[in-house]
Design a protein. Structure first.
Ligand code: GLU
Length: 508
């Protein structure tokens, strides 16, 4: 196996669709790994059966692929440290839980959920909150309060139990987070977290630490919401005797709501009118549909670039980065500590910038399926020319239809306000005469048309605008659309004259 400088992982739980904050965590891990020539791993943390959502793992994989975030090892592609789905690693964890018990760092707890609930209620009744910790564990049902014989008997008889971490009463855990600097935790306030559950599966904490160790993870880069779990994780490394191979930690700042108040949540998106999910998600139970960046018309490059700038800054004014450039410039040193506000307008701006970078032919290729869905088939070269006329005004590929539908259908009606404004007594007669002359034009190109129409206007002692405005109305049905002569060239002589004749019949 080749030796590498770093191994990082993205470890989502398939409890629903991944929101863009999760994608950003994956992206930062990916950029960090690629920047250092290391490896990036996808690990599915699905030991919480109660929260398992069908389809979520596939959604995660598809989202990463769509965004161009490639992992080197993962549940669908395997790798030397597999399996990469924790439910497929079930057999691994019990032994580690037992190792902790043997070392005095964890204990069996037999309390039933009802008993714990009763404790909680009693504490609340006297204005306190119940916590399973150093101050309460001796009064509870566990292998620290019971005799060792009794505990053994209970375990062997198959009585349900969980394994809890024995959080030290009075310890201080300090560590240098790569983003936040030195962080210090006092253990006295922390609870005795469950590490192994009655269903025979580990909790997140145990599985996460054991797997990071077994998978030789060197850096844990994850969201700030995991910071409170850090002291437990560090103590687990110590308890296992793995301190010397403990990964470095980097906790990424939160992504905040557009208004800046609080964390961007899964529910914000459709409420505030922008997607918070990379791909559309249909809830398997309720059937509720949440919109996705992909379906809204965002380009994956734009989404990746936009997400990279949420929390990381290059230290220059540059805002547009290809994935290659991001890989080259990314570093954790340039990730800030404070939350970054999500700006939906900026997301659109990024999309627009990336659409601008596409060639006419590429945009035409994006437009063709839209046209095909409307039963329209045209020569790709012609569509590329059309795209050139409208490309400056689109934010999403589907805007191309809105900006160009009149190329594909003659006006069905005419904007009455425009008619009132530009249709004068002699307009029909003059435009009629012009259309006869247009029939004679052999080179129906924008420049030739411009010349012809200008000199026609002069001969009529009129301004060119007085000809162009009614002409546009006849061709488009309104006052909008691209440059008139370009429009005529693209419509071609037959269609241009046909539309003029039709309009002259219909506008009075
Ligand atoms: N399974 C955790 C999650 O859903 C992983 C957190 C971590 O990266 O340690 O985000």
């Amino acid at each position: 196996m080749k030796s590498t400088v770093c191994r990082v992982r993205f470890a989502p739980s398939p409890t629903g669709p991944l929101h863009i904050g999760g994608i950003r965590t994956a992206l930062f891990n990916f950029l960090f790994a690629r920047n250092r020539g290391g490896e990036f791993i996808l690990r599915i943390e699905d030991t919480d059966q109660a929260r398992f959502v069908p389809g979520a793992e596939q959604y995660i994989i598809e989202s990463l692929k769509w965004c161009g975030i490639q992992y080197d090892e993962g549940p669908d592609i395997g790798g030397p440290y597999g399996p990469y789905r924790q439910s497929d690693r079930k057999a691994i964890y019990r032994e580690f839980a037992e190792r902790l018990i043997a070392g005095g760092h964890a204990y069996y707890a037999f309390d039933t959920p009802e008993e714990i609930n009763a404790k909680r209620k009693a504490a609340e009744a006297s204005g306190n909150t119940f916590q399973y910790d150093w101050s309460t564990r001796r009064q509870l049902n566990n292998s620290l309060s019971l005799s060792s014989g009794e505990s053994k008997k209970r375990v062997e008889s198959g009585m349900p139990y969980v394994v809890r971490f024995r959080m030290p009463e009075n310890d201080e855990v300090s560590i240098t987070d790569l983003i936040r600097g030195e962080v210090v935790f006092r253990t006295g306030l922390l609870d005795d977290k469950v590490l192994f559950k009655a269903d025979g599966l580990p909790t997140y904490h145990l599985a996460n630490v054991v797997d990071d160790y077994l998978m030789k993870i060197t850096h844990v880069i994850r969201g700030e919401e995991w910071l409170p779990s850090l002291p437990l994780h560090i103590l687990l490394y110590k308890a296992f005797g793995w301190e010397d191979v403990m990964p470095s930690f980097a906790h990424l700042p939160l992504i905040l709501k557009p208004g800046g108040q609080g964390k961007l949540s899964k529910r914000d998106g459709d409420k505030l009118g922008f997607p918070v999910f990379p791909l559309q998600w249909v809830d398997p139970v309720s059937g509720e549909v949440s919109s996705g960046y992909r379906e809204t018309g965002y380009l994956p490059e734009a989404v990746a670039n936009m997400l990279a700038m949420l929390g990381w800054n290059p230290g220059t004014e540059q805002e547009l980065f290809t994935m290659e450039e991001l890989i080259r410039t990314f570093s954790l040193e340039r990730v800030g500590r404070s939350g970054s506000r999500f700006d939906p307008e900026k997301a659109k701006w990024y999309n627009q910038q990336y659409l601008k970078r596409k060639t006419d032919e590429e945009l035409a290729a994006m437009f063709m399926p839209v046209l095909a869905s409307r039963g329209i088939e045209r020569d790709p070269g012609w569509i590329a020319k059309l795209v050139r006329l409208i490309r400056e005004r689109i934010v999403f590929p589907q805007d191309m239809w809105e900006k160009s539908f009149f190329f594909f259908q003659a006006p069905l009606q005419y904007d009455q306000q425009m008619v009132k404004k530009v249709w004068k007594n002699h307009t029909a007669e003059i435009i009629g005469a012009l259309s006869v002359q247009l029939l004679e034009v052999t080179d129906f190109s924008s420049t030739v048309l411009e010349e012809k129409i200008k000199s026609f206007a002069e001969r009529q002692h009129m301004g060119t605008g007085q000809i162009m405005a009614p002409l546009r109305l006849l061709l488009v049905g309104s006052g909008t659309g691209p440059h008139l002569f370009d429009l005529m060239e693209l419509l071609g002589k037959d269609e241009t004259v046909r539309r003029i004749q039709k309009g002259l019949h219909e506008i009075h």
